[in-house]
Design a protein around this ligand. Structure first.
Ligand code: SAM
Ligand code: DTB
Ligand code: SF4
Length: 319
């Protein structure tokens, strides 16, 4: 694919292109990824997002990795949608701690129409602080997507999670096509797309290829691509999964960077269990976004003290 038109929205990747990248010698792969990274971004800057679970637990879906599904006994207490003021207070704290984007997540299959006014109010409040806004609320109707967009929502996160082929091994209550359908509505409403998935769920190498291929061939590719390493949750079907090898994880990041050179590639869940050296390799291989703070939605994240030390050592500025 080298030397082709750089207008990514029209480029179609072939499965064999992705297979070849996955099989490339590590040094070649990371070098190519780093080259493309610096052609498109400042390699010494990493974008910082902060998550908040605005509605936790009790979810009717059966995503096999998730602490928040009501189908599994994970010991997580369910709670109602947070008040607008409480969300605003958390966004203010996130801003003070250096986040530039605030991502609000709800454990729903879909939002209820009666919740839309409250959700739009939250978007407006967070935006008024000068933060970018992101929400992840499950499947949307076209009307709901338009309402969120009108309220000022910049990004909608909706992950494909894995390859189309492996999807129904992980989730049975909705299909891969349902996810694509919501992503189309998000685009049609004029919002930016945040879409990625999880590695370390027992998927085969060809599923990792199929997952990245599906993302890269979206037209256009997602602006933001979260790559999560599974946080194993006791009580879920995937609670005993073996952790993904660190080198394999870096490969995923590098291939994502090469396939989607203009997208933000986020080193998402799983930093808690990753060494500084593995994270440094991910940033070298083109990761340029993270979640900051002590917690993600329901699990832990390294937090400010550890992250400050890491980014100082790397000479990286969080933006
Ligand atoms: N309910 C909404 C949905 O599923 O779209 C939004 C919230 S859901 C928690 C957002 C994403 O977080 C999932 O699609 C999945 O990729 C990621 N995620 C959830 N649990 C995880 C875990 N234990 N480890 C890694 N990533 C996880
Ligand atoms: C994404 O891809 N990762 C974030 C965000 N999108 C919503 C969520 C990670 C959740 C990790 C498990 C937890 O904290 O419950
Ligand atoms: Fe519900 Fe989202 Fe968790 Fe799936 S990932 S169980 S939809 S909160």
């Amino acid at each position: 694919m080298d030397g082709e038109d750089k207008s990514l929205s029209v480029k179609t990747w072939l499965r064999e292109d992705v297979e070849a990248l996955m099989a490339a010698p590590f040094a070649e792969l990371v070098f190519r990824a780093a080259e493309l990274h610096r052609e498109n971004f400042n390699p010494n800057e990493v974008q910082a997002s902060r998550l908040l679970s605005i509605k936790t637990g009790g979810c009717p879906e059966d995503c096999g990795y998730c602490s928040q599904s009501a189908k599994f006994d994970t010991g997580l207490a369910a709670s109602k949608l947070m008040d607008r003021d409480a969300v605003l207070a958390q966004a203010e704290r996130a801003k003070a701690e250096g986040a530039s984007r605030f991502c609000m997540g709800a454990a729903w299959r879909s939002p209820k129409d009666r919740d839309m006014d409250a959700l739009c109010g939250m978007v407006a409040d967070v935006k008024a602080l000068g933060l970018e806004t992101c929400m992840t609320l499950g499947m949307l109707s076209s009307d709901q997507a338009a309402q969120l967009s009108d309220a000022g929502l910049d990004y909608y996160n909706h992950n494909i999670d894995t390859s189309p082929e492996y999807y129904d091994k992980v989730i049975s209550t909705r299909t891969f096509e349902d996810r694509i359908d919501t992503l189309d509505k998000v685009r049609a409403a004029g919002m930016k797309v945040c879409c990625g998935g999880i590695v370390g769920m027992g998927e085969a190498p060809e599923d990792r290829v199929g997952f990245l291929l599906a993302l890269a061939n979206m037209t256009p590719p997602p602006e933001s691509v979260p790559i999560n390493a599974l946080m194993p949750i006791a009580g879920t079907p995937l609670g005993d999964s073996a952790p993904i090898d660190a080198i394999d994880f870096v490969r995923m990041v590098a291939v994502a960077r090469i396939l989607m050179p203009q997208s933000y590639v986020r080193l998402s869940a799983g930093r808690e269990h990753m060494s500084d050296e593995a994270q440094a390799l991910c940033f070298l291989a083109g990761a340029n976004s993270i979640f900051v703070g002590d917690e993600l939605l329901t699990t832990n994240n390294p937090g400010q003290v550890k992250d400050r030390a890491l980014f100082e050592a790397l000479g990286v500025r969080l933006v």
